[in-house]
Structure formats: C-alpha cells, structure tokens
Ligand binder design. Structure first.
Ligand SMILES: Cc1cc2nc3c(=O)[nH]c(=O)nc-3n(C[C@H](O)[C@H](O)[C@H](O)COP(=O)(O)OP(=O)(O)OC[C@H]3O[C@@H](n4cnc5c(N)ncnc54)[C@H](O)[C@@H]3O)c2cc1C
Length: 433
C-alpha cells in the first residue's frame, strides 16, 4: 500500500503488517529483514516510512486501568482519542497531549511528544512508568527511567529505531472537569508575544497563533491561548463531529493572498486585548481534528512543517532573522504556532529544550528545499534544533549538530541489535541505518 507522512510530501509503496496480538507482532518482526514501526502516520515526513512496516493500529488492548490512582497500561496502538473517551469521564486526562488526538501511544513515546504544558510538565516520557519494547530478536524487554535506562533514553524520542514499543504504562493527570477555561490575549508584535509567555509562565497550558502573513514589522503579532482545567465537577465526553470536505478542490484557493486575508480577519475579529471563555477539552486541544484529512488542502505536492526551538535568551533576534529569511524567499507560512518549553530531559533524541519553539506550515514549492537549508543554518548557528517528527528535509551534517548525543544513541542501538533491523527513510537520510 502507499504510505506517506501527514505532510503528504514523500510517498512510498510498502508492505504493511497489521498484527493484532503480541504473538503475531513477533512473527511479523522475525519474518522481515528490516522494518520500521508505524502508528497512525501523523508524523509529518518520512520517519514512519520503510519498504516494510509494522503498523500497530490493531494493537488496541487496555491492559489495566487503575481508576483509583490514575495509572493505565495499554498496547501501543491505542490512540489518545480512544484514551480520552475512556478516561475523561473517570476524572483522568493524558498528562501530555499533542494538537491531534489521532496519534497512537507508541507514536507519542517514539517522538517523545510535548504539549502546551511542556514548561510545567515536560514531555510524555516523563510520565511513563515503564514500556515494553520488542527487540530485533523478538525478545520483549521492560524499559523505564530506572530499568534498562539506556534503552529507555534511546527509545523515547528515538523515532522507532530501537524496536517496536508493544505497551506503555503511565500516570494520568487528575481533573475534575472536562472543560477548559481559555483566556485569549491579543499581542501586537513578537516581543509582546514572548513577553506574555513569560508573564503567564504559571498557566497550565499556553500556545499562541502567530500572524506571519502581514508586514515584516507586524510579523509575530498574534493570539495567545492560555488554558486551565475548570473545577466544576462536570465530567462529560463529547464525541467530536468530523466533517469531510473535498479539500483537494479547495486547495486551488489556498495561496498567499487568501492566507493574508484569513489572518487579517482572524486577528482583528478579536476586538478585546483579553477575553475569557469556556471550552470542552476537545475544542481547546484538538481544533484541527474536526476536519478529516485537512492536509489535502495543501494540494497534490503536500506541505512541509518546520518546527525548531531556540534558547530563550536570543530567541527574539533569531526568530526575527528567520522571518526575514522567509520573506527573502518570497514564501508565506500558512500556519504558525509558538510555545515556550521548559528544561530538556535525558533522552538522546528528544526535541524539547529550554526556549521558544515555533512551527511553520509551508506549501511545498520548488523553493522549499533551499529555504529549509537556509533556516537550518540559522538554527544550527544559534544552538537550536529541529523536531524529528516534523522533519522531511534535514541533512545528516545538520542532524549531528542538532542532536549532539546521536553517537550515544547509535551505541545503544548497536548494543541491543537494532542497527540494520530498524530503520526508516528518514533515518537513512540522517545516517542512522
Ligand atoms: C495536527 C497535528 C498536531 C500535532 N501536534 C503536536 C504537538 O503539539 N506536539 C508534538 O510533540 N507532536 C505533535 N504532532 C506530531 C505527532 O504527535 C507525532 O508525530 C506522533 O508521533 C504521531 O503519532 P503516530 O501514532 O501517528 O505515529 P507515526 O507518525 O506513525 O510514527 C511516528 C514515529 O514513531 C514511530 N513509532 C510509531 N509507533 C511505534 C511503535 N509502536 N514502536 C516504535 N516506534 C513507533 C515511527 O517509527 C515514527 O518514527 C502533531 C501532529 C499533527 C498531525
């Protein structure tokens, strides 16, 4: 079958196995010379692409749910959507969630995902009690912060290159409401947006949308969305209505002019400097999940998401330099978001580090490769890095600068027999075979 990442940029004809038991997983793994694990393919590039794939979407068992203490153990194909359906009404929520609920727990751990609360809660692996990993020889090993910790540090954020994550046990977050109190703050430029993140550093959740389709002086103005769990003892689960538009037809109308107009309206329709409203958890965390396959909006060539992080102290100047570079290439990001990260963790390839992270969505054009190369140069020179789960075009020389522990990662892969067995199109490009 044809597989691709969420950006729909690089596509591949692959043999895909869908094991639904541990025994079948082992059988599929042993009968294939080389392969990569895959969840729902919500990573943007080619990290879950290989000629041979084990897709975990049928490994869906909830192994144990301790409703008293909020601990849950699931097979790795369970999605955050399914988890929310089960746990929210019981007063528990995933400790870290990405901007889509259609990701598997295996994919979440392999990317060591972060949410809008990284500044307070770290990334997903922090909340994991242990995971069970299937190695190249079919053996299952338990990994955690204290058990086989080298393999744990390589697997969390390790993009599937150490083995297949079979199951994960982790701690949930206690909530007493399924609603979020959202405060929206309108900012007039990048300086103010970053200042507002600092002022609101105690807010449980924070993320901002940036207008980057305006004049260079105003670029970086935006809307900061702060979130707090309400405490009103109403725990309801609301199924999200998903609409299915023929988005490839609309893609013709998506261009720099329509984006400028959309951004102008979206920014100015918020009259007030600050406003507060109540939203269901689904509407605060997963607004994009309401539209099925929205990546089709970008047309047949797909799109690239470029997410980088820059240390806080020079973030304003570097982000401005990046805005100028994008302008000089005559490109317009169609969607831009920004968050503040807390401290980094011990995992070899986890993305977050203390600083500011920005994600741009660019429609794939002929200029895109050169633009990304220029942006990488700026990010490398300023001690930042780019997120592997969003990457499509990173070069090996740049990767080894972004991720200084890559050689430790390779030693752990060697030790546990993963080299030569688990690789993806991305890892080949990055020199991890
Ligand atoms: C709309 C949207 C918003 C997003 N927002 C965020 C965000 O806020 N924060 C964030 O951190 N990420 C975000 N992401 C990215 C997403 O969380 C990650 O790419 C996640 O890994 C996708 O999970 P998946 O199950 O689809 O995995 P895939 O895309 O299928 O795989 C991703 C990686 O995990 C590996 N993998 C998957 N399953 C296993 C397994 N069982 N064992 C071993 N390796 C495995 C694959 O080999 C691959 O390297 C977003 C993605 C989308 C589409």
């Amino acid at each position: 079958m044809i597989v691709h990442g969420w950006g729909n940029y690089s596509k591949l004809d692959s043999e895909v196995f869908f094991p639904d038991t541990l025994e079948k997983l082992k059988l599929n793994l042993l009968m294939t010379k080389s392969l990569i694990g895959r969840g729902l393919g919500r990573s943007y590039g080619d990290s879950a692409n290989n000629k041979h794939i084990i897709q975990t979407s049928k490994l869906k068992k909830i192994i144990n749910f301790d409703k008293q203490n909020g601990c849950i153990e699931c097979e790795s194909g369970v999605t955050i959507y399914e988890l929310n359906e089960l746990t929210i009404k019981e007063g528990w929520f995933v400790p870290v969630t990405p901007g889509s609920s259609y990701v598997t727990l295996g994919g979440a751990l392999a990317s060591d995902i972060h949410g809008k609360n990284h500044h307070l809660e770290g990334s997903f692996s922090k909340h994991v009690l242990y995971a069970q990993l299937m190695l190249a020889n079919g053996e299952i090993v338990k990994i955690s912060h204290s058990k086989n910790s080298d393999l744990f540090n390589a697997t969390c954020g390790g993009m599937g290159l150490t083995g297949i994550i079979y199951s994960i046990k982790f701690k949930l977050k206690s909530i007493s409401s399924s609603n979020i109190i959202q405060t929206t703050i309108k900012t007039k430029n990048l300086e103010e947006t970053i200042e507002q993140f600092k002022i609101n550093k105690k807010s449980e959740y924070s993320v901002a949308w940036l207008d980057c389709a305006t004049s260079i002086e105003k670029c970086g103005r935006g809307l900061l969305f702060l979130g707090q769990h309400q405490k009103d003892n109403t725990l309801t689960y609301k199924k999200k209505k998903v609409v299915n538009y023929p988005l490839n037809i609309f893609s013709k109308f998506l261009n720099s002019y329509s984006i400028k107009l959309f951004n102008y309206i979206y920014y100015h329709k918020n009259f007030k400097k600050k406003k507060t409203n109540i939203l269901h958890i689904n509407d605060y965390f997963y607004p994009l999940d309401s539209i099925d396959n929205w990546y089709l909006l970008y047309g047949a060539k797909g799109f690239i998401q470029y997410q980088f992080v820059i240390p806080l102290e020079f973030s304003i100047n570097v982000i401005k330099e990046i805005f100028y570079k994008i302008y000089s290439f005559n490109q317009v990001p169609y969607l831009t978001t920004i968050k503040k990260f807390g401290a980094k963790n011990d995992n070899y390839l986890s993305f977050p580090m203390e600083g500011i992270t920005v994600a741009f969505d660019f429609k794939a054009t002929n200029k895109i490769k050169n633009l990304i190369e220029s942006l990488d140069e700026i990010v490398v020179n300023n001690k930042g890095r780019v997120y592997l789960t969003k990457d499509t075009l990173m070069k090996k020389e740049v990767f080894t600068k972004y991720y200084e522990n890559w050689d430790k990662f390779e030693k752990v892969r060697e030790k546990y027999g993963a080299k030569g067995k688990f690789f993806s199109n991305q890892s080949i490009r990055l020199g991890l075979k």
